[in-house]
Write a protein that binds this ligand. Structure first.
Ligand code: AMP
Length: 399
């Protein structure tokens, strides 16, 4: 079966690789898959192609081996990916630094530049590059495009992008706020405006991307004026395993008093904190069940999560001055009915009224969950980063 004109979207993590083949025009998802535990003895691949699912356990020493296995699975489906008429490969790249402000065709120079800025995102960019190289080796004739998580925020106003740090040090080491999840914030803010039947340039909105990673942004007329993630995706909201905002003094304390190394603190803040650190769990469904059952640790974690979220909603209401829409997206934002209700509870005085029946509706489509007399439209807009990456990649290669 032909997949001509489709895009292979690749999201390579340090030990995982997510991929999707989709048609950027019809939005049809043709294939979807996830390779996990790359580099460990028992790697696993979940591959889905036009309705049929394959699972494979294998020992995949590196990303090259992972991608070679994915190609084999496509062959078993009767698809020779290298000769299938793919329009492009779109790679998610986390950090574009001050070098990349838009989706970019990957050349040798671009590859070196992504490598040069890798110290800004040591957990992400090297893995993204490995994915770029491994796919490039197997599909040398398909144009590849890098789509950067930071790009949407590249024009953040200086007052939102600048840390109050010694200016020389900041300049020397490129320390500033970059923002992440940009592909999602951009896609969702446009879909929200479309849903409201308005030009995105006329809409002021607060976008809440609440997944395992979480970030909020204030978007004025289609351009972000602030966002919660900073130089790295650690800043801001409480996340599944990340602290979000934390006093930098905690680093000094843990180093001086607890004798922890910088690497240990990095792992603690990024992987063992957030909801998981507070209650031992980062699956929001389980946390909500525990809250309902009266579990004290889960209840505290939930309240800390909401407190931080509401603090930013308030800050962005002030920054925007006029808010037309508040938009929930990603795993928690799209599915967790109580989170949406609690995040905006008691804000009727600010023109924000959620309709409990509308909020309870489950649907894969964009939807309004505020009352008809709410001055601010509250929406749920499912994100689709793969589609956004595929469209961006095609736009670059069609120029
Ligand atoms: P994401 O990173 O966008 O895939 O989101 C993952 C998060 O969404 C996890 O914390 C999940 O527990 C959460 N999630 C997914 N489905 C639901 C649901 N039905 N109710 C509550 N949380 C959910």
């Amino acid at each position: 079966m032909s997949i001509t004109g489709s895009v292979l979207v690749v999201n390579a993590g340090s030990s995982s690789l997510k991929y999707q083949v989709l048609d950027p025009v019809t939005e049809e998802v043709i294939a979807d898959g996830l390779v996990e535990r790359i580099g460990e003895p028992e790697s696993a691949v979940k591959h889905w192609y036009r309705g049929s699912q394959t699972r494979r356990e294998a020992s995949l020493p590196d990303h090259e081996a992972a991608i070679a296995l994915v190609m084999e699975l496509f062959e078993a489906d009767g698809v020779d990916i290298a000769d299938s008429g793919l329009a492009a490969v779109g790679h998610r790249v986390v950090h574009g630094g001050r070098s990349f402000f838009e989706p970019t065709l990957i050349t040798e120079t671009v590859r070196s530049e992504i490598e040069r800025i890798s110290p800004l995102a040591p957990l992400h960019n090297p893995a993204n590059l490995i994915g770029i190289n491994a796919v490039g080796a197997l599909l040398p004739d398909v144009p590849a495009v890098a789509v950067f998580d930071t790009a949407f925020f590249s024009d953040l106003p200086a007052e939102a992008a600048t840390y109050a740090l010694d200016a020389e040090v900041a300049r020397e080491y490129a320390v500033r706020r970059y923002g992440f999840h940009g592909t999602s914030h951009e896609y969702v803010s446009r879909r929200a405006a479309e849903f409201l039947g308005r030009d995105v340039g006329d809409v002021n909105q607060i976008v809440l991307h609440l997944g395992n990673g979480a970030s909020a942004s204030a978007v004025r007329g289609g351009s972000p004026i602030d966002t919660t993630m900073g130089m790295t995706p650690l800043e801001g909201l409480v996340m599944g395993t990340r602290t979000g905002d934390i006093d930098a003094g905690v680093v000094f304390q843990l180093s001086r008093v607890a004798g922890m190394s910088i690497e240990e603190i990095d792992v603690l803040f990024n992987k063992k904190s957030g909801l998981k650190g507070l209650c031992g769990e980062n699956d929001f469904r389980a946390i909500l069940d525990r809250v309902a059952a009266g579990d004290e640790a889960a209840d505290r974690a939930y309240r800390v999560y909401l407190h931080r979220l509401r603090r930013y909603i308030g800050a962005y209401m002030i920054e925007l001055g006029r808010v037309d829409a508040i938009v929930f997206t990603a795993g928690v934002g799209e599915n967790a009915v109580p989170v949406r209700a609690d995040a905006l509870a008691g804000l009727e005085g600010y023109g924000i009224r959620i309709d409990p029946d509308r909020n309870a509706v489950r649907s894969p489509d964009p939807r309004l969950i505020s009352t008809d007399d709410s001055a601010v439209a509250v929406l749920v807009v499912p994100t689709n980063e793969e589609l956004a990456i595929a469209r961006a990649a095609v736009a670059v290669v069609s120029v």
